[in-house]
Design a protein around this ligand. Structure first.
Ligand code: KG4
Ligand code: ZN
Length: 343
């Protein structure tokens, strides 16, 4: 089945065309097209995403991206649209556009959950390919039980998965999401939005042991996270040490976040006997996090999965995957903006 998917929940306008096949035991996704138009430049002067500006940009970008698709690419069976979570005006822009499109093309429209999209981005093969290969070139398939860490700008969630569609939420952030902490600390260091990639760049040149920032809730029995205290510690440290090197601050902050994420995820992997550990969400683009979690996962005997680099941050290909799996489950989501939808 060919799915045209649209994603407008935050500051990326994305349209993808994905060929989906297989059942819930082994769904396969071949990404034929994944166009992402970033609004970063429009929001940068404001230091973060402005919801009404995001809506305006989506309304401007969607018809432009639509025109880039050729007639042959428009042989499709279904249209998928993100209905939440996200910014309400941004979500509505995509929903209204897809409703009109579905009517015009006389195709069914399926609502999809953005967070399920991130989770299932681990099932997307690299662009144009049918199979998922690991870094050694070996064909891989997620085995259950699995533990999944979803880390984005709005969420930090740890799941124990029995199967593709049945999971228990082990924990989530009690305050700031991991990506949000990266963005806020970046602002303290006068780095542009979005802060995650900027911190990562600086951190490569710094000493991660320079400042011993707290590792919030690392020793806590629960699987919940909290990054707000860490963010405040960085703020006070900068105030008290105005000459501290930005590279060292970035590296030390990043290390503190990584230690918590990796520590809790691998503890969960051991406790639940995970055969696979899955990382996803915008923060999963962070190479240091990927390396640390890969190494720690391999020590538990589980296999480590992270989406191909095009699918870490927001994209519509993952929305096609979420919509397809939702369809296989015979479930549906209301076609209206649901800003607080969760996993
Ligand atoms: O999943 P995503 O694209 O959008 C949301 O659903 O929120 O995630 C965006 C978040 C931002 O907070 C951004 O700073 C963070 O992901 N991010 C990173 C990196 N690339 C993006 N954080 C750390 N290191 C990165 N390389
Ligand atoms: Zn996202």
């Amino acid at each position: 089945m060919r799915i045209l998917a649209i994603e407008t929940s935050c500051d990326e306008t994305s349209v993808a065309l994905v060929e989906a096949s297989g059942g819930l035991r082994n769904p396969r996704f071949r990404v034929l097209k994944n166009i992402v138009s970033s609004q970063i430049e429009a929001h940068r002067p404001f230091g973060g995403v402005v919801p009404m500006l995001a809506k305006r940009e989506h309304l401007h970008n969607l018809p432009k991206i639509w025109k880039q698709l050729s007639k042959t690419e428009l042989r499709l069976d279904e249209i998928a649209i993100t209905v939440g979570p996200g910014l309400s005006p941004a979500l509505w822009a995509g929903i209204e556009f897809s409703k009109t499109l579905a009517k015009e093309l006389k195709k069914p429209l399926i609502g999809a959950n953005h967070m399920e999209g991130h989770l299932y981005s681990n099932w997307l093969s690299p662009m144009g390919k049918f199979k998922n290969l690991n870094i050694k070139g070996k064909k891989v398939r997620v085995k259950f039980p699995a533990v999944a860490l979803v880390v984005s700008g709005g969420h930090t969630i740890l799941l124990a998965m029995k199967s593709l569609t049945s999971w228990k939420k082990l924990g989530e952030t009690l305050d700031d999401a991991a990506g949000e902490a990266f963005d806020k600390v970046a602002r303290m260091l006068d780095l542009p939005y979005p802060g995650g990639p900027e911190i990562e760049k600086l951190a490569k040149k710094g000493n991660s042991k320079a400042v011993n920032f707290p590792r919030p809730m690392l020793r806590d029995k629960s699987y919940d996270f909290s990054f707000s205290g860490l963010k405040t510690s960085v703020l006070y440290y900068i105030r008290d040490h105005p000459k501290a090197k930005k590279t060292d601050l970035a590296a030390s902050f990043q290390q503190a976040v990584l230690d918590v994420l990796v520590g809790k995820t691998t503890r969960a992997a051991r406790e639940y006997g995970a055969k696979s550990v899955l990382l996803s969400g915008g923060v999963s683009a962070n190479q240091a996090l990927q390396m640390a979690l890969r190494e720690a996962t391999e020590k538990t005997g589980a296999e480590f999965f992270v989406p191909n680099s095009q699918f870490n941050t927001d994209n519509a290909a993952m929305i096609a995957a979420a919509a397809y799996i939702q369809k296989l489950r015979k479930k549906s989501l209301k076609l209206e903006a649901q800003p607080n939808l969760n996993l």
